[in-house]
Design a binder for this molecule. Structure first.
Ligand code: URP
Ligand code: ZN
Ligand code: ZN
Length: 455
C-alpha cells in the first residue's frame, strides 16, 4: 500500500463517517475502519475531515483577453489550485475563425502538459463554425475527450459572440455527439447601448460597469438560452449565474425535468455590486458583474436547495497595472478576477459556519462537476476512483492575502477575507502536492483527463 489515511471524517456528497482510506497505484483501493495494512506512508487524520479533491470546471489560464493575457499560466494556476484543494482544473481554449476544435485544444494541451501540477481537462469555446466544418468535428472532439462546448452570447467586439442560430446548431450537434453546451449569458446590444450612453455622459467609473450590465441584461440572455435549450431539448450548462431572474427561469426549466445545469462562483456569493463603488472597484470588474443583495440571496437559496449544481471560479486574474488601464474608463478594465485557490476553502468555510453542509460543499465542488462533465474517476472518495484527496483542518482559520496565495497575480479581491477551516494537505492520484501552506508538487505531474461522452 502506498498511503493509508486513518481516522478522519470521510465526507461524501451523500454521507459522512469516520474511517480509513487506503491508496495504491494512485487509486483508492479500500475504505473501512481499523484498516491495518502496511503502507509506505500513514497519515493520522484524527479530528480532520477527509474530502475528495475539488474540480474547478471554469478557469481561463494564460487567456488572451482585454488587450493582454490573464496573469496565471498553466503552471501558476494549477500550482495555486493544488494549494486550495483543487485536483482537476478545466480550462477554456478559444476556437478562432478558421481554426478547428482539436487544433485549438491541442495547442493548449502542449502548453499545459509540461506545466500542469494537477490534472486538467478542456472545454472548447466555439466562436465560428467555419461554414459548418466545426460542427462536423464535434464527434472527433468528443472522442478526443472534449465533451463540452461553450458559446458566448456576449463579447461581440472581441469576436467571441455567437448568434442564436449558431447557438441552436451547437446545442443540437453537441447533444447528438454526446456533449453539453455551456453558455455565458448576457445581452450584448443592451450592454453596448448602455456603454454608449454612459460614455456620452462621462460616467466612466467602475460602478458603470455594473450599471451597463445590470440584472436584466443577464436575465434576458439566461432566459433566451433556456428557451432554445428546452425548445430543442438539448443539454445546457449555464456558467457563472449571477442574477435572480435568470436563475429562477433556469430553475423552473430544471424542475420540469429539462437537462439544465447551473453554475455560480464564489464572488457572486460573497460580494454585492456595492464593491464597484469602492476606490478599488476596478479590481472586481468581471462579466457578468457582481449583482445586488436580492440576487445574492437567491443564489444562496439555490445552493441550499440543490438548484445550483456547481460552484466554480471563472479564475481569470489580471495584474494591478492592467486593471489600472481602466481607472478613469471602466471599458478599458480587463474583465476577470482571481479565485482558483479560494474556491474550496470558501465553500467549506460556509459549511463550517453551518450555512450549508459539508456534504453539499463536496457535491457542488467535486461530485456534481465530475458527473456533469464526464469524469468517472474523479469527484468522490470511492473505491476504484483516483486518490484525489484533501485533508482539511476545520479548526484552522486563515486570512486570505495575496502574500499567502500561490498564483502569479499581485492582488486579490479576497484580500482580508477570513475563512474558518483550511486544507492542510492535497493529494493528486495519491501524490502529495500541497502540505501545510507549501506547494510540494511537480509541474508536469498533472495529466490530461479524457472525458466520457454523455449517455
Ligand atoms: O470577466 C470574466 N468573466 N472574464 C473571463 C471571461 C468570461 O467571460 O468568462
Ligand atoms: Zn464568461
Ligand atoms: Zn469564464
Amino acid at each position: 500500500m502506498d498511503l493509508l489515511i486513518k481516522n478522519g471524517t470521510i465526507i461524501k456528497a451523500e454521507e459522512s463517517f469516520v474511517g480509513d482510506i487506503a491508496v495504491s497505484g494512485g487509486k483508492i483501493v479500500c475504505i473501512g475502519t481499523g484498516l491495518t495494512m502496511q503502507a509506505e506512508q500513514t497519515v493520522d487524520a484524527t479530528g480532520m475531515l477527509v474530502l475528495p479533491g475539488a474540480l474547478d470546471v471554469h478557469t481561463h489560464l494564460a487567456m488572451p483577453f482585454g488587450g493582454t493575457v490573464s496573469a496565471d499560466g498553466y503552471l501558476s494556476g494549477t500550482r495555486a489550485a493544488a494549494c486550495g484543494g483543487v485536483t482537476t482544473v478545466f480550462d477554456y481554449p478559444l476556437q478562432r475563425k478558421g481554426q478547428g476544435i482539436i487544433e485549438t485544444v491541442e495547442a493548449r494541451k502542449k502548453m499545459c502538459d509540461p506545466e500542469a501540477c494537477v490534472d486538467y481537462a478542456f472545454h472548447c469555446c466555439i466562436t465560428d463554425l467555419n461554414g459548418g466544418a466545426v460542427l462536423d468535428e464535434f464527434q472527433d472532439a468528443v472522442s478526443y475527450g472534449i465533451t463540452s462546448f461553450k458559446c458566448f452570447l456576449v463579447y461581440k467586439k472581441e469576436g467571441m459572440m455567437v448568434d442564436d442560430g449558431t447557438l441552436v446548431k451547437v446545442l443540437l450537434k453537441a447533444k447528438a455527439a454526446g456533449a453539453i453546451t455551456n453558455i455565458h449569458a448576457e445581452n450584448p446590444d443592451l450592454i453596448d447601448m448602455n456603454i454608449e450612453q454612459f460614455k456620452n455622459e462621462g460616467k466612466l467609473s467602475a460602478w458603470y460597469h455594473y450599471l451597463s450590465r445590470p440584472e436584466f441584461v443577464e436575465a434576458e440572455a439566461d432566459k433566451r438560452a433556456v428557451h432554445w435549450a428546452t425548445s430543442v431539448d438539448a443539454p445546457l450548462y449555464i456558467v457563472h449565474m449571477a442574477d435572480k431572474e435568470g436563475l429562477t427561469a433556469a430553475a423552473a426549466a430544471k424542475a420540469k425535468g429539462y437537462d439544465i445545469y447551473i453554475e455560480t462562483c464564489p464572488q457572486y456569493l460573497e460580494f454585492t455590486c456595492d464593491v464597484y463603488k469602492r476606490e478599488d472597484g476596478r479590481n472586481f470588474v468581471c462579466s457578468p458583474p457582481i449583482k445586488g443583495q436580492e440576487s445574492q440571496d437567491a443564489l444562496w437559496d439555490a445552493i441550499k436547495s440543490g438548484m445550483i449544481d456547481t460552484v466554480a471560479t471563472d479564475h481569470c486574474p489580471f495584474q494591478s497595472y492592467e486593471k489600472d488601464w481602466g481607472k478613469d474608463d471602466f471599458t478599458k478594465i480587463p474583465n476577470g478576477c482571481a479565485g482558483i485557490e479560494n474556491l474550496y476553502p470558501y465553500m467549506l468555510s460556509a459549511a463550517n459556519e453551518d450555512k450549508i453542509t459539508f456534504n453539499r460543499a463536496v457535491a457542488l465542488c467535486a461530485t456534481n462537476p465530475a458527473k456533469i462533465f464526464g469524469c468517472p474517476s474523479k469527484g468522490s472518495l470511492t473505491v476504484g476512483k483516483d486518490a484525489d484527496i484533501v485533508i482539511y483542518d476545520p479548526k484552522k482559520d486563515v486570512t486570505i492575502s495575496v502574500q499567502n496565495m500561490h498564483s502569479d497575480y499581485d492582488h486579490t479581491i479576497w484580500e482580508g477575507k477570513m475563512v474558518h477551516g483550511y486544507p492542510i494537505q492535497t493529494y493528486v492520484r495519491g501524490k502529495l502536492v500541497y502540505d501545510n501552506g507549501k506547494f510540494v508538487g511537480e509541474p508536469g505531474f498533472g495529466q490530461y483527463i479524457k472525458r466520457e461522452p454523455r449517455k
